[in-house]
Design a binder for this molecule. Sequence first.
Ligand code: APR
Length: 254
Amino acid sequence: MTVDKKVISLIEEVAGLIDNAGFAVAFTGAGISVESGIPSFRGEDGIWNRYDPKILEYDFFRYHPEQCWPVIKEIFYTHFTGATPNAAHRFLARLEELQKLRCVITQNIDGLHQKAGSREVYCFHGDSSALRCLKCDRVFEVTPALLSLPLPVCPECRGVLKPDFVFFGEGIPSEAYQASFEAASNCDLMLVIGTTGEVYPAAMLPDEARKNGARIIEINPQRSQFSSTTAHVHLPLKAGEAAELIAGLLSITL
Ligand code: APR
């Protein structure tokens, strides 16, 4: 990979900011998992260019689960199975291990931060590992047997099962919401990685951090809602590439 001089000096600046931070947090979106083979939502190859987002609208799902489930399986369970963390996930896990990062706030439901070894992970949109019964509210771990049903139903009451991550029109899990906003208010550095910043309330977190005095570093090959007014530094690289370069400067092995 060839990196131009301007980007090299940005990488040096970012490495210095991470090294000197007292309370750094990461805020991640779909882009951090693209190099693990999971497509992002928006943009040319984005999921919402190929599928209708209404399959993730809570009310639509309640009334048409049989239409939604095949698509949900294809998007969220086929793509995720077998995906492994990339250098960016590993970098954040190593930073936490070295006590240079307090937590990861993620909008992703793919579980790759946890797989990489991150411990303090706030799943702002929940995660894809569980299913909840719409009738009796019991929660079940996702199993191949449940996913093999054309319409996954509750083994106890036969109610329809819904993936236990946040659909459009649903609230944010309160623990994750509180922990994320608390971290955003208290941090002095936020790494914003791979998110367009189009979905609220998650997109408020970087501004919350900046309002409270944090430096904001954005890592994203494209410009986003955060690039002009929220980020102090925009590193226009893929997350995994940026992670390897920054880790190299900080002598961190991934
Ligand atoms: N490294 C870093 N960023 C990348 C990479 C990469 N290799 N590839 C793409 N990106 C960037 C894109 O430029 C884009 O800005 O990742 C971003 C992905 O944006 P979205 O697809 O909008 O994903 P996200 O911001 O996480 O979406 C928020 O929308 O539908 C929902 O609930 C879903 O949590 C999701 C929310």
